[in-house]
Design a protein around this ligand. Structure first.
Ligand code: ADP
Ligand code: MG
Length: 317
């Protein structure tokens, strides 16, 4: 199938225009409309076969997950989605591939409440790149920096589900997903909760793609602070515990990647507001520790015993 027909027949029908999207798929570029008191938030995420997703995985699963991973960055910034572009690199483009891609895009639009506004389609080894765009009130975007000494450390949802699912991911590449595998394939993307945090609640925030152990360093480093994390409080995915037991599950929850939950800091005085925001937005939220002035040192406290944590989580190189 020609690139042109793929765009016309499969992608264009999934696009739309509205008061924010002046021009969508079909021209040289999309046109978005912002209010004068807003800022544009942009994030790109690329997924390469065998590096970021398993060889042979259904295009539909991979594409909808790629959309979730990119939109999750908007959640972490406290932004409201405007739209995303999708760059598809595919070895072939027959009708079957086109249908699978369109199915994944439709699922992603629906699940992550973000319209498609454009993209690119090229031939090559399979990979997908999603650029998500959102808007935020001027000066309100949540950053990795900004945490303060004595702030609480919080996390949404539960951790370790994706890492556990990856243990036998090959059994989930096509067909129905088990509950555990859907944790990996359908990132949670805490948009409503992130937007609430950006209304003067959180002091810093990020989405967990590489594990708490590694990702927390970004907050500590940019704020020049340390943290004390209570091991017993870490919300471990119950499906992970049921399968791997407590000890191994802790490792998966602490060091495993791909959870896409939010890790954030907030003043002690915001505790009630955070719990209320969690119930309003149907987002489980757990306080797991506290920041302190010990520059970049992460202390793990387990039943009163403290150890310095030097693990860096998942690294890309
Ligand atoms: P150009 O050569 O001007 O970049 P393209 O043929 O690449 O034009 O794209 C034409 C239109 O189709 C653009 O609006 C582009 O955003 C859109 N488009 C191309 N590929 C995709 C895709 N995979 N998903 C969504 N829109 C796409
Ligand atoms: Mg192009």
């Amino acid at each position: 199938m020609r690139e042109f027909s793929f765009i016309e027949e499969f992608m264009k029908p999934l696009g739309r225009t509205d008061e924010r999207i002046t021009l969508g798929i079909g021209d040289d570029a999309a046109v978005l409309c912002l209010d004068s008191n807003e800022e544009l938030v942009v994030s790109t995420d690329t997924q390469v076969e065998s590096r970021h997703f398993p060889v042979g995985a259904d295009d539909a699963l991979v594409v909808s997950r790629a959309i979730g991973c990119a939109v999750s960055d908007l959640a972490a910034m406290g932004a409201q989605p405007l739209g995303f572009t999708l760059s598809v690199t595919t070895p072939s483009l027959d009708v079957e591939v086109a249908r699978r891609l369109a199915k994944g895009v439709a699922a992603g639009i629906d699940r992550y409440q973000t319209p498609i506004i454009g993209g690119d389609t090229v031939q090559g080894p399979r990979s997908f790149s999603v650029t998500a765009m959102g808007r935020v009130q001027k000066g309100r975007a949540l950053r990795r920096s900004g945490a303060k000494d004595d702030d609480d450390l919080w996390v949404t949802g539960s951790l370790g589900g994706s890492a556990a699912a990856l243990e036998d991911i090959e059994s989930s590449l096509v067909g129905e997903l088990s509950e555990l595998h859907s944790v990996y394939w359908q990132p949670p993307c805490r948009l409503a909760f992130g937007q609430g945090l950006a209304k003067g609640i959180a002091t810093s925030c990020l989405d967990l793609s590489d594990g708490v152990a590694g990702d927390i360093r970004h907050i500590l480093k940019s704020s020049d602070l340390g943290a004390e994390l209570d091991v017993q409080l870490l919300p471990i995915n119950p499906l992970t515990i049921a399968r791997f037991g407590r000890e191994a599950s802790f490792e998966l929850a602490f060091q495993g990647g791909d959870d896409y939950e939010l890790l954030f800091t907030a003043p002690v005085a915001k505790r009630e507001q955070i719990i209320a925001l969690g119930s309003e937005t149907n987002t489980p939220v757990t306080r797991i520790g506290r920041l302190n002035s010990n520059s970049e040192i992460l202390l793990l406290v387990d039943d009163g015993h403290a150890t310095i944590c030097t693990d860096l989580g998942y690294g890309h190189f």
